[in-house]
Write a protein that binds this ligand. Structure first.
Ligand SMILES: Nc1nc2c(c(=O)[nH]1)N[C@H]1C(S)=C(S)[C@@H](COP(=O)(O)O)O[C@H]1N2
Ligand SMILES: [Mo]
Length: 315
């Protein structure tokens, strides 16, 4: 995410030189293994049979190479290349998601069973990271609402809280030198946001099983919000009447709020949100810039969710 890196290790304990050397050693060894495992995974990854969806933004998709090598997934490290290089030991299957809290029918659901139960749609969404870069990604998945309907939320439930898996043995960012955030990574939506038809649980991209670095085997995609709302490798979903915390808001409440709706008129305290760098497109001076759109271009669909709210106060 942000250029912000929360200091967990007192700088007096470790010199920059030590960090640099250790980090290079680690990357050297791990990257070799990761390449082999990742390509083995790719070969066995079943092509998803997804039906076309009406949700398809009319813009050129970002090349798959950029989508799978320029990632934010701090469980695997802080740099954009770390998730692709260091996620080879992560085992996305078998996998279950526990759905509990204020529901009639709590349950623990096998991800492969869910993929058979709900039709997989291909939806090409514009994605906007809070760091002022963007991509266009053809996701494969099913609406979050389908899973929520299955567990029957109680009338008193107002919010949905999400949690990422904690597996320090498979996620080098969750241990030792790479400790950066409090784990698990957590996120939240209002229940009406979560039920909006655009909110997707993605299990693939470009017609292939979701790569580890993009949040295998199941992650959230909420295209009208900044990318950090799209929590990866979800193991738990809880219906609640309390506004859930999200990891970035906890880490730095001055800079990140609960809503995180894409808004060109509300700057991040340290940079403008008026425009974005489109990854994978080149202009004369590097990546080409696009104006950022209110709700990331999905205002017609979602602005009604926020009628009457002050979006500068509720950032
Ligand atoms: N568990 C977890 N989920 C996460 C993150 C993370 O660090 N950990 N980063 C978020 C951020 S900041 C972004 S922009 C998107 C990036 O998703 P992508 O790598 O598939 O493009 O994942 C989000 N989900
Ligand atoms: Mo992000």
């Amino acid at each position: 995410m942000p250029s912000y890196r929360p200091p967990k290790i007192a700088s007096s304990e470790i010199t920059p030189r030590q960090i640099y050397v250790r980090r290079r050693e680690f990357l050297g060894a791990a990257a070799l293994g990761a390449v082999a495992l990742y390509s083995a995974g790719k070969a066995s990854a079943a092509a998803l049979s997804a039906v076309q969806s009406k949700y398809k933004v009319d813009e050129k998709p970002t090349p798959i190479k950029d989508v799978t090598t320029y990632n934010n997934f701090y469980e695997f490290g802080l740099d954009k290349g770390d998730p692709a290089a260091l996620s080879g030991d992560f085992k996305p299957l078998p996998w279950t998601v526990k759905v509990d809290g204020m529901v009639n029918k709590p349950g623990t659901f096998d991800i492969e069973a869910l993929m058979k139960e709900f039709p997989i749609e291909e939806r090409t969404y514009r994605m906007r990271c809070v760091e002022a870069w963007s991509m266009v990604i053809p996701w494969d998945g099913f609406p979050l609402a389908s899973l929520l309907d299955k567990v029957e939320p109680l009338g008193s439930a107002k919010y949905v809280a999400f949690e990422t898996v904690v597996r320090p043995e498979e996620m080098p960012g969750q241990k030792g030198f790479f400790q950066s955030l409090d784990w698990p990574y957590v996120e939240g939506l209002r229940l009406d946001e979560a039920r909006h038809p655009l909110a997707l649980l993605a299990v693939g991209l470009y017609g292939e099983t979701l790569p580890n670095q993009n949040g295998a085997p199941i992650r959230l995609v909420v295209p009208w919000k900044y990318g950090f709302k799209g929590i990866k490798s979800i193991v738990k979903i809880t219906l609640t009447d309390q506004q859930p915390k999200n990891t970035w808001q906890v880490t730095n409440p001055q800079e990140y709020g609960f809503y995180a709706n894409v808004n060109p008129d509300v700057d991040h305290p340290r940079w403008s949100q008026a425009s974005e760098r489109r990854i994978g497109e080149s202009g004369f001076f590097g990546a080409s810039r696009h104006p950022t759109l209110p709700f990331n271009g999905y205002a017609d669909e979602v602005a009604g969710l926020y009628a009457g709210m002050d979006l500068k106060a509720n950032f």
